[in-house]
Design a protein. Structure first.
Length: 67
């Protein structure tokens, strides 16, 4: 695991973060770096996660874009 001093969007200070790489599998099963999850050790805040949307929210967005 990697540690780095980053500015946290939650507590707005430069604090120590634990950085974890999230990998996905690409073509032919080769891993690629999808995103980095940064975890603030002061306020226990995770950033780097993508917001999960429910199925109905995605459907709604599709309907709006079709109009």
């Amino acid at each position: 695991m990697k540690y780095d001093e980053l500015i946290c969007p939650n507590c707005k200070k430069e604090t120590l973060h634990r950085i974890r790489n999230k990998y996905g599998l690409g073509d032919k099963g080769k891993p690629y770096l999808k995103n980095q999850i940064k975890h603030c050790l002061v306020c226990n805040f995770y950033h780097g996660y993508k917001e999960k949307r429910t199925r109905s929210e995605r459907k709604e967005e599709r309907m709006v874009s079709l109009r």
